[in-house]
Design a binder for this molecule. Structure first.
Ligand code: C2E
Ligand code: MG
Ligand code: MG
Ligand code: MG
Length: 281
């Protein structure tokens, strides 16, 4: 009996693995067609400056409207797009689209764009950024490029050189999801980041867990001493907002203010959060 059950189990897992492999192949195939079919779209989430009490910019976040699956999370499709090399062209489209959109906003409102480490391997990233700025007429000062610590894991000499080139254009460089990677502190020494984005996981339990508060406090202090702007991601409650303000975080971003919304809603968001951001929330 045990043998039979074991065999059944084995069979079940094989089937399950087949199913997952098939789903992955389907996703790859659909991703390759998604661009031509116009299924990608950018949404924008406001970044709030706490001292000035208003929107300092928006983060561009990629959305994929799959014809059958509906909205697919970037957390699910970006890794696949990276594996199949699609992220290079897709990331270029994101950059150009985000710059074109931001060029229409008031000129003190910035745009933050996420970059994949794979885009750095493509080698012409700097040319693409120069071209996106020229084509849109956006001032480089208004563009923030978000990178993660994983960029420093491989090929870090070449990637550092690219980062310096990008920064010499006048664009700003942010360290995204700070605290989730490896030995973060050494990266702060190897490159002059303009902004640290404190990962949502530390903000989530900020008001219940003293260790999370201690970490946020340490990062905010680090930012102050190194003269780097600190932003807290994933702010969902007024209690979190108050704690982050008390710790001296410069900026916040989260559902308490707004999730990422389509470009057509930017004007409304600017109106809502333009001047009394934290009061309005
Ligand atoms: P990220 O760059 O850290 O972006 C912030 C993520 O946190 C977004 O998820 C946003 O919707 C979510 N978020 C913001 N506020 C809150 C909150 O209060 N609560 C919760 N629960 N979530 C919040 P999203 O849009 O699903 O994107 C996930 C990740 O996918 C991004 O994380 C980024 O790493 C990647 N991504 C998105 N768009 C792009 C892109 O254009 N290029 C690249 N390379 N990666 C992208
Ligand atoms: Mg980001
Ligand atoms: Mg982030
Ligand atoms: Mg994150």
């Amino acid at each position: 009996r045990a043998k039979a059950a074991g065999g059944g189990c084995h069979h079940f897992f094989e089937k399950e693995m087949d199913r997952q492999a098939q789903r992955r192949r389907d996703m790859e195939r659909d991703l390759r067609h998604a661009f031509a079919r116009g299924e990608f779209d950018l949404h924008y989430q406001p970044l709030i400056d706490l001292a000035e009490d208003r929107v300092s910019g928006f983060e561009a976040l990629l959305r994929w409207h799959h014809p059958e699956r509906g909205m697919v999370s970037p957390a699910d499709f970006i890794p696949i797009a990276e594996d199949i090399g699609l992220i290079v062209g897709l990331g270029e489209w994101v950059l150009r689209q985000a710059c074109l959109e931001a060029a229409r906003w008031p000129n003190d409102v910035k745009i933050a764009v996420n970059l994949s480490p794979v885009q750095f391997r493509s080698r012409n990233l700097v040319q693409v950024v120069i071209s996106a700025l020229a084509q849109s007429g956006l001032s480089p000062r208004r563009l923030e490029l978000e990178i993660t610590e994983s960029l420093f894991l491989a090929d870090s000499e070449a990637n550092l050189a690219t980062l310096h080139q990008l920064r010499s254009l006048g664009v700003r460089i942010s360290m995204d999801d700070f605290g989730t990677g490896y030995s973060s502190l050494s990266y702060l020494r190897s490159f002059p980041f303009d902004k640290i984005k404190i990962d949502r996981s530390f903000v989530k339990d900020l008001t219940e867990r003293p260790d999370c508060l201690a970490i946020v406090r340490a990062i905010a202090g680090l930012g102050r001493s190194l003269n780097i702007t600190t932003l807290a991601e994933g702010v969902e409650t007024v209690e979190q907002l108050d704690a982050l303000r008390a710790e001296g975080c410069h900026e916040v971003q989260g559902f308490l203010f707004s999730p990422a919304r389509p470009a057509a809603e930017i004007a409304g968001l600017l109106m809502k959060f333009g001047h009394a951001a934290s009061k309005a929330a």
